[in-house]
Design a protein around this ligand. Structure first.
Ligand code: ATP
Ligand code: MG
Ligand code: MG
Length: 370
């Protein structure tokens, strides 16, 4: 069977390996961590840095096509592999998604709505108090995730202090919006430009980390169609190949693009249990040139993240989750639980969304989440 390459060994990579195996492929995972969730179940685990020349040469020699599960892969790595192999998504698309300034400018220049923002390269770039941007959120341009590298600032003085605290690295200062809701769209685009979008999912966060995702989202059909159309436009403008996730704010009834991820997304985990094709099989299909799968959702679903926070005295009592017969428990096989670390998730399935949501909230409270 053909060998596929995966850059990154986290839980997203692990689901890719599972999906690839089910479709008859082998997978080589590159991840510096010897115990990475994906590396441990891969056919070949290259345990090296993402810019290690020998590991990349080996990947280029053995893998028919290569993709990634996290956005911080060095662009040079993707460029090198793309010289001889199919790489999806492209280095240029990943370069945009991994840099908040390039990302926001790209989305705005593509004509899509974004929150008002300013690019901060030096302290002089910080807008004045009367700029209309405050209260605001200062976000580092690179390597931020789960709300890390972000500070909420009331005025220019607070923004200057936060910029200093971030070591004066390039940031985006974004107007703080009052949010009606947050939603996301995961889609896949193949090399011929066909696009298949998954249903719109509604997300809530706790301490900056995704907590609960509800599918379908509790928003109007008009807004759902609009979110899918905006995500589709973005994928087209990027000439994107692979799975793309787009996060949206809904503020005063309007959709704004928050950010994107060049890969499957935590908020798309409900597709594993609730859709004909899940987001990881879709990633395999887009990578290998198979027709994109049917994204139809067959059950209402609510996903709850399980963070390391609930490991107090050893392993949590999973029997509290497995006692629910329409709950799907997913643990990622991570060896070490830390507060805030994503250890797994569960999804409740039901004929209707409110029942799935009630079940999820009961199980969530039984497990001591939140
Ligand atoms: P992720 O883990 O999704 O990559 P991240 O660290 O990149 O997260 P963002 O998605 O930019 O961070 O922001 C995290 C959360 O903070 C958002 O989902 C939203 O709840 C809140 N937030 C971010 N920007 C704004 C804003 N401009 N106005 C209001 N809330 C915001
Ligand atoms: Mg992000
Ligand atoms: Mg986000």
């Amino acid at each position: 069977p053909a060998m596929l390459g995966m850059l990154g060994g986290g839980q997203l990579g692990r689901y890719f390996v599972i999906a690839a195996h089910e479709l008859g492929y082998k997978v080589t995972v590159l991840d510096p961590d010897a115990n990475s969730p994906a590396g441990r179940i891969a056919d070949v685990h290259l345990c090296s840095a993402y810019d290690d020349a020998a590991a990349l040469a080996s990947m280029a020699e053995t893998c028919a096509a290569i993709t990634t599960e996290f956005e911080n892969v060095p662009a040079a790595t993707l460029d090198f592999l793309a010289q001889t192999r199919t790489v999806r998504p492209s280095a240029s698309a990943v370069a945009i998604a991994q840099h908040r300034v390039l990302e926001k400018q790209f989305v705005r220049d593509a004509g899509l709505p974004v929150a008002p923002f300013a690019v901060i390269n030096t302290a002089q770039d910080l807008p004045a108090d009367d700029s209309g941007l405050y209260p605001a959120i200062l976000k580092v341009a690179r390597f931020g995730y789960d709300g890390k590298g972000q500070a909420r600032v009331a005025d220019a003085a607070a923004a200057a202090a936060a910029f200093e605290q971030f070591g004066m690295q390039t940031c985006v200062l974004e107007n703080m919006l009052s949010l009606d809701a947050e939603v996301s769209v995961v889609l896949a685009r193949d090399a011929d430009g066909h696009i298949v979008t998954f249903p719109v999912v509604e997300n809530s966060h706790l301490n900056g980390i995704l907590d609960v995702s509800i599918a379908p989202a509790r928003i109007s059909d008009v807004l759902k169609a609009k979110a899918q159309a905006l995500a589709t436009q973005l994928a087209q403008k990027l000439a994107y190949e692979g799975v793309l996730a787009v996060e949206f704010f809904i503020s005063e009834g309007k959709l704004l693009v928050n950010e994107m991820a060049p890969r499957p997304h935590n908020s798309g985990h409900y597709t594993i249990d609730a859709c004909v094709t899940n987001q990881f099989e879709q990633q395999v299909r887009a990578l290998t040139g198979l027709p994109l799968g049917d994204a139809r959702q067959h059950s209402a679903a609510v996903m709850v993240n399980i963070l390391g926070d609930i490991w107090q005295d050893g392993e949590p009592a999973w029997s509290k989750a497995t006692a629910h017969t329409a709950l799907k428990l997913h643990l990622y096989g991570k060896h070490e639980a830390r507060p805030g670390r994503k250890m797994g998730h569960f999804t409740t399935l039901a004929a209707d969304r409110d029942s799935a949501h009630n079940q999820a909230l009961i199980a969530r409270s039984e497990l001591g989440i939140g």
